[in-house]
Design a protein around this ligand. Structure first.
Ligand code: GN1
Ligand code: MG
Length: 365
């Protein structure tokens, strides 16, 4: 939905921001929330903020999302402050209202929050080198490490977010209902998904049996959710904290493998360009262990290659389900966008399957 400058200005004005509002422009490539970059003038300096509407059909309880984000960012900020004064490490910093609340509601019931924009750093849609992959994984691993000592349990803001068997059930239901009449077009993709349903419950099962522990996970560790410092190339800030909640460390590693090893974007149509780059997998593996290795158990490490395959498969299933349902969840920017995404992810799954033995051999070294 398009919003006018007046509307956006009115919303961000509810937060404590010094200076004069200049302009808001749409920002980033999110599939769920609406994001703007806002510019203020403060005594001749240009200050930037991120203003975001939480999609409340996806996040049914935005207040709980904000409570999680607030707790997590405060915890990390504390650690950054205790660390070396020169550190470039950052965390998302929420703006607050004069009542000290980190979000506001507009008159249509939408929940908004705002952040300080982090300068001199950027997010990469496609990772370019193994060194960069190492740094991205190192930063996501450090994020988990920082949260190991967070007191209390976070809210489960989207229950069963990475419950792959339930994602398959949702696909089956969509196929049964066929609300957009698209099932006939995607028989091949449905068969691809259903023929792999047996191993889909592996991580959930290991967790239920106690073999793999619950931790705090980010749950959306796409490569582009790390800001990379322009100068040093280091991963300096984890962003997009909406799905931070109780989970399994391997979900985060898996989603990193899904996006970080793909040489093309997740909606690339030319599937000849899509496939897992082994050197990137190896760099992600080593980078993640360089920070998360201290707390990860043997059982978790063992499942790292599998997690990459599983999470890629799961998101492919979600894109397919949304396509069949008539594109009600993910934002689409062209017709068949969700189908293109699904095919891309399934091509990645095939590529991982064919390199799986080699991925597992890394564990032995
Ligand atoms: C969604 O909106 P974005 O891009 O941050 C989705 C993730 C998917 C991702 C695929 C809450 O995240 O789970 O992996 O798209 N987020 C939610 O690009 O469903
Ligand atoms: Mg996200």
């Amino acid at each position: 939905m398009q919003r006018t400058q007046e509307e956006l200005r009115a919303i961000i004005s509810k937060f404590v921001v010094y200076g004069d509002y200049l302009v808001s422009v749409p920002f980033g490539n999110g599939n769920v929330n609406d994001t703007y970059q806002v510019t203020y003038d403060q005594g001749g300096a240009r200050l930037h903020y991120i203003l975001q509407r939480i999609n409340h059909s996806v996040f049914k309880n935005p207040e709980l999302v904000m409570e999680n984000v607030d707790r997590v960012t405060a915890h990390i900020l504390n650690k950054i402050r205790q660390a070396h004064a020169e550190t470039k490490k950052r965390t998302i910093r929420l703006l607050r209202t004069s009542d000290n609340c980190p979000y506001v509601f507009d008159d249509r019931g939408n929940c908004w929050r705002a952040y300080i924009f982090i300068e001199h750093a950027r997010a990469y849609e496609v990772l370019e080198t193994p060194e960069q992959a190492f740094k991205v994984a190192e930063a996501f691993g450090e994020f988990q490490l920082e949260l190991v000592d967070l007191d209390g349990r976070l809210h489960e803001t989207i229950p069963d977010f990475h419950h792959t068997p339930k994602r398959i059930e949702a696909l089956k239901e969509a196929v049964r209902n066929d609300p957009a009449g698209r099932v006939k077009k995607v028989r091949k993709e449905i068969d691809f998904a259903l023929s792999r349903k047996d191993e889909a419950g592996t991580l959930i099962r290991l967790n239920a049996e106690g073999a793999i522990p619950e931790r705090i996970s980010h749950n959306d560790t796409k490569a582009n959710n790390i800001l990379i410092d322009d100068l040093s190339g280091d991963g300096i800030c984890v962003i997009d904290l909406d799905t931070v909640m109780p989970g399994i460390a391997l979900y985060d590693f898996g989603d990193m493998v899904r996006s970080g090893t793909n040489p093309a974007e997740e909606d690339e149509i030319d599937l000849a360009r899509v496939g897992m780059r082994f050197d990137m997998f190896e760099a992600l593996y080593r980078g993640f262990l360089s920070t998360a290795g201290g707390f990860m158990t043997e059982a978790e490490r063992e499942m790292m290659p599998f997690a990459g395959k599983l999470i890629t498969f799961e998101i492919g299933v979600r894109f397919l389900t949304d396509y069949i349902n008539g594109d009600t969840y993910f934002r689409i920017r062209r017709p068949d966008h969700n189908l293109d995404r699904c095919r891309n992810q399934f091509k990645m799954v095939q590529s991982m399957e064919s390199q799986f033995e080699r991925m597992k051999k890394l564990l032995l070294r």
